[in-house]
Design a protein around this ligand. Structure first.
Ligand code: GLY
Length: 375
């Protein structure tokens, strides 16, 4: 078994799979080390919203990364389909960020004006126009921001497609391979000890989402912790919705192919369980039926929970470890792992290969940023 690689990736979620894909496509030898199965955690629990402007309002490097990443999907999805035959069900029908109170409307009108400055297609629409676009929406809403550029896809399929795309380009994927510790020599990482033996790499990337802290000391660098999200899926035999519906508080309805609607999500900090509470389901159904009354006629399909990897300031950690040579970070994408996966994979791969190192970009996402007050 080959045990020496250019890059070892700890974790087999969407971020790791995307980095592996972009690295192997450029000729690097890569191994993904996943303690369970590819994409079995947050990557497959997500609703798959590509909500660059729905989720991020503040101008700056995170919004830039989100918009860049969103723009990469049409091409990426096409090339993955050619290489792996996996259709990730990209839907580009836009998103409505709906106001459900007068106060919401006041806040969202301001956000619409702000986003309109960066993207002329984003604008505030009144109730009448919102209901022309989505006739099933309740007449009790107060208007919406229309974001035509935001889309959605099937996140578990995208994760599989990226991992299979990496395999296509010669990467190795080790499932049921639990990384126990880093192999260190003089403040330099040389590899990892795993349940399948030792692996050596020129570089090691920690892309283990909510579990990333297992591999780094967090005393004087960034923190990552889980924020559990519960979701449900309903099935409707008649079309209820075409666009994603999103509320500012982070609640959403996502119409998938075949009449399926994914409804999410709760936010429970520091909870590592994946059980779904009756209260969570009740909350989601109440919100959903207030927004889209006909949803009561849909059939209940299933409920699940996933663990979003959150950081103290809500931004992902990307780039080199400040003290351990050859160790790199790519975790903490919180609510936006699917959206940010495309650009994260490409930017990290380029940096790991020593191409176009964009120092100011990495400064914004560095592990020590909170201490150094970068943003
Ligand atoms: N991006 C949606 C969520 O985290 O629930």
């Amino acid at each position: 078994m080959k045990q020496h690689y250019d890059v070892l990736l700890i974790g087999g979620g969407i971020i790791s799979s995307s980095i592996a894909y972009h690295l192997s496509k450029q000729g690097a030898s890569v191994a993904i080390l996943e303690r369970n199965q590819i994409g079995c955690e947050a990557s497959s629990a997500a609703a798959g919203i590509l909500g660059a402007q729905a989720e991020i309002d503040e101008e700056g490097p995170l919004l830039d990364l989100a918009i860049k990443s969103r723009s990469m999907f049409p091409e990426l999805v096409k090339e993955l389909k050619e290489k792996t035959a996996i259709d990730v069900e990209l839907i580009q029908k836009g998103l409505l960020k709906v106001a459900v109170t007068e106060e919401d409307a006041h806040v969202l009108k301001k956000k619409a004006a702000q986003h309109h400055r960066w993207d002329e297609h984003v604008r505030w629409i009144d109730v009448k126009e919102a209901r022309l676009l989505e006739p099933g929406l309740s007449p009790d809403i107060y208007g919406a921001i229309t974001i035509p550029g935001d889309g959605q896809l099937a996140p578990a399929k995208l994760t599989q497609a990226l991992a299979h795309g990496a395999l296509y380009h010669g990467a190795d994927v080790f499932e049921y391979c639990d990384v126990h510790s880093l192999i260190m020599e003089n403040e330099t990482v040389k590899g990892v000890q795993t349940s399948k033996g030792s692996f050596y790499g020129e570089k090691v990337v920690i892309a283990a989402g909510s579990w990333a802290k297992r591999f780094i000391s967090s005393e004087h660098v960034g923190q990552v912790f889980p924020v559990k999200g519960e979701c449900i899926a309903l099935q409707s035999h008649k079309p209820l919705l075409s666009k994603t519906i999103f509320l500012d508080e982070g609640f959403y309805l996502v119409p998938k192919t075949g009449g399926r609607i994914v409804i999410g999500a709760t936010k429970l900090q520091h909870d590592f369980t994946k059980t779904v509470s009756a209260q969570g389901i009740q909350f989601l159904l109440n919100k959903a039926s207030a927004l889209l009354p006909a949803i009561k006629e849909a059939t209940f399909e299933k409920a699940w929970a996933g663990l979003r990897p959150q950081t103290n300031d809500g931004w992902p950690y990307l780039g080199e470890h400040p003290e351990i040579a050859n160790l790199h970070m790519a975790f903490g994408h919180y609510r936006n792992g699917i959206l940010l996966s495309a650009a994260t994979g490409k930017i990290m791969a380029d940096a790991l290969l020593g191409k176009k190192p964009n120092h100011s970009f990495f400064t914004s996402f560095q592990l020590t940023r909170v201490m150094e007050g970068v943003h």
